[in-house]
Design a protein around this ligand. Structure first.
Ligand code: SF4
Length: 309
């Protein structure tokens, strides 16, 4: 079984910097991170082991120092925290700040703001909470349901697949041909690189393993991109989630990981895949070749793929 690593995968600079900032702050004073710094249980466990508290509700925070995650927050929210007496450290990724500024500029220029993203996601809330009126869309039906405006200004959540974002912008143009539509591409470069590398993998591998937190939006987007390109996709958080049966009869397996996945987790998943490949190869040698029903696309492997999609 050949294992192919994506040319770009795993933790981005924005998440790395946020983790470093949190650890640095925790070394000086007790600190609480407001919400998940990243949607990855391995990283969150490391932060907790370093004495960092993680709490979504500011009402339950018992430290004077709080930290905003890489996903960012609205000025309104930060101001409210400061008004309650908290010292606020912002670990907001610079590329999330770029998206905030783009949206504000569009509003200042008279465009009605539209965010292509996941409604309720912490990053999207941070982008929109300071606005009086805005739209969040994630599919064609939501675009079609918008009321007509003379001018729409569109940005995207930084972790959305750019191809999908462009499709929705095109749909907006078709739906409102009389409106002026200005689109600012705010999908971040690390997301684009990981998406592009995942597409390449999906075109040459029968199965793709996507490593990342179950609640990580960009990990889910990577999995969906691979599925759209025809690969069987297995999402795992750690090596312990891998199942040998998924790879029976598979010659090429792709490996990719979301932007919050630590290098060590990717390395242990890759090592376990190699063990699985070696085990399957020796089993096939003993049996004289792959058995009936173990080829990719068989009923067994298809059922497994569906159960883990
Ligand atoms: S995914 Fe992109 S926007 Fe989010 S933290 Fe990483 S680099 Fe920044």
């Amino acid at each position: 079984m050949n294992i192919h690593r994506a040319t770009h995968l795993g933790m981005c600079f924005g998440v790395r910097d946020a983790i470093e900032l949190a650890l640095d702050r925790a070394a000086r004073e007790p600190v609480t991170i407001l919400g998940d710094l990243v949607h990855n249980p391995t990283v969150l466990g490391r932060l907790r082991r370093n004495g960092i508290q993680i709490e979504a509700d500011p009402g339950r925070v018992n430290t004077a120092s709080v930290m905003i995650t890489a996903h960012g927050a609205s000025e309104r929210r930060i101001g409210a925290l400061q008004a309650r007496g908290f010292r606020v450290t912002e670990a907001t990724c610079p590329l999330v700040r770029v998206a905030h500024r783009a949206l504000k500029s569009l509003v200042a220029a008279g465009f009605h703001p539209v965010v292509v993203g996941l409604r309720g996601h912490v990053e999207v809330r941070g982008m929109t909470e300071d606005l009086e009126g805005f739209e969040v869309v994630l599919n064609e039906a939501e675009v079609d349901a918008l009321a007509e405006r003379p001018r729409f200004g569109v940005i995207a959540q930084t972790t959305q697949p750019i191809a999908r974002v462009r499709e929705l912008v095109a749909q907006l143009r078709r739906r409102f041909p009389r409106s002026e539509i200005r689109f600012v591409d705010t999908v971040c470069q690390p997301t684009k690189q990981r998406q592009h590398a995942a597409e390449e993998l999906a075109q040459r591998c029968q199965a793709i393993v996507v490593v990342g937190g179950a609640h990580s939006n960009n990990t889910r987007q990577l999995a969906e991109t691979c599925r759209r390109h025809g690969a069987r996709v297995y999402r795992v958080e750690t090596a312990a989630d891998l199942d040998t049966a998924w790879f029976t009869g598979v010659s090429d397996v792709g490996l990719t990981a979301g932007t919050s996945t630590p290098d060590e987790t990717i390395a242990t998943v890759e090592a376990r895949l190699r063990e699985i490949g070696a085990g399957l190869a020796s089993g096939e040698r003993r049996a004289g070749g792959p058995g009936e029903g173990s080829r990719p696309g068989s009923a067994v492997s298809a059922a497994l793929a569906l159960s883990h999609s």
